[in-house]
Design a protein around this ligand. Sequence first.
Ligand code: NAD
Length: 510
Amino acid sequence: MTEVADQFTEERAGEIARISHWIDGKRVEGASGRSGPVYNPALGVQTGEVDFASVEEVDAAVQAAKRAFESWRSFSLSRRTELFFRIRQLVHDHAEDIARLLTLEHGKVLSDAKGEVARGLEVIEFCCGIPELLKGGYSEQASTGIDVYSIRQPLGVVAGITPFNFPAMVPMWMWAPAIACGNAFVLKPSEKDPSASAFTAELLKEAGLPDGVFNVVHGDKVAVDAVLEHPDIAAVSFVGSTPIARYVYETATAKGKRVQALGGAKNHMIVLPDADIDMAADAAVSAGYGSAGERCMAVSMLVAVGHAADDLVAAIQERLPKVVVGDGMSPDSEMGPLVTREHRDKVASYIEKGAAEGAKVITDGRESAPDNGGFFLGATLLDEVTPEMDVYKDEIFGPVLGITRVDSYEEAVGLVNENPYGNGVALFTRDGGVARQFQFDVKAGMVGVNVPIPVPVAYYSFGGWKSSLFGDLHIYGPEGIQFYTRGKVVTSRWPDPATSKVDLGFPQTR
Ligand code: NAD
């Protein structure tokens, strides 16, 4: 058992665990004097205290990464591959341990946490093919006696800043391709559920990753700003809310860094009148309330077209009392608590707000939430939501599903296309022609046809449009490899020195 997993053993239950940084291959206790609480949201009690890094501590991590980079980038592709297979095996073997950490700090139910680890593992598996992914092009005899080839090289020290809602998978989206490409990495995970990152650091060391290639600094805005300002960090990947994504993008690009900053979402699921209503209702409940709605790909608005609406509302309403809300460690629970009390209260306030704005509260999750001190809110359904309402406009990020009613397909697509976010979208229909037109028309980065949560598989890339992504390249998959490398084109010849002469003309290719 590793040090991090050990913090959660039964013998130590009730103790407040200290979660520290990981710099140059070892655990480093924070010295800034600043720290933050970590909770078990299902019980509503503090279980940990995480160190918050100072500017100097972030710098120490960057310097360790900088020292490690030159030798790491020289590791042959076959050695990197071998190492990634070991990492893959260790993460696979410890999937349950990681999932437990996620449930204990984030609150999502254990089965969902295992799903998170499995989807992250897919990205690691993709990275096991790094020699193929880094292959360049070669043109023999591009000009007479001249060959041209392209290579991709790592950027140097790169950083990742991650959100609370996927404490294992989103870091894997970043560190796995970054390291496989030959970069050294500094991770600043969410301060709300930091243990999965501390655990990952131990696993990577056990796999044989050289010290300094992977570092973790915990913290808040101070640590983030230190990353954004640091002259030795070449690129920043960010996943989180839209205001912070915009801030990270603007600040770090102004410092000359390459940035991909993925933001928030308001994902619509359109249900056409010809859709199978039971299938659509099952999908809406699964995608709206899974992980208590704390997914950037959660469905938060249902757009019911024409006569689909009444049947859809009835079918969802019938399913909600059967959703088991409880501690994620219990095998019966289907939906866990929200991450913090503040967030739970903010989400709950939207029920009141929606009612005041004129929405119809069909199911009020405050009435079905377990009352044990945990940060619970039951599944909530609001009907007759309209686009001017805050419950429509805001990313609520909780188990509150809204339904808006429209008359036509065109009106439904118009709503999606006018929305400032463009992360995921789904269409439920039995008409293949309309579905094909939809994928052509719709302005969003990830589209599901009868699939409510269209998170791309690891060999495609993940990313939204509009205010859901700042930057040009999506995350993981082929675009992730592009993001973490820089192209170089080599033009070479090996002429007989006897043929050499001075020629001031511009080089021509014939
Ligand atoms: P957040 O923006 O509050 O935090 C993300 C990261 O930014 C954290 O590491 C946090 O410490 C840091 N941060 C927070 N406030 C900051 C500030 N003022 N200055 C500098 N750094 C700051 O997001 P969150 O609440 O942790 O996560 C939920 C959000 O993430 C939702 O909006 C969700 O849609 C989004 N998200 C998006 C995706 C995606 O792929 N597009 C994936 C997961 C989550």
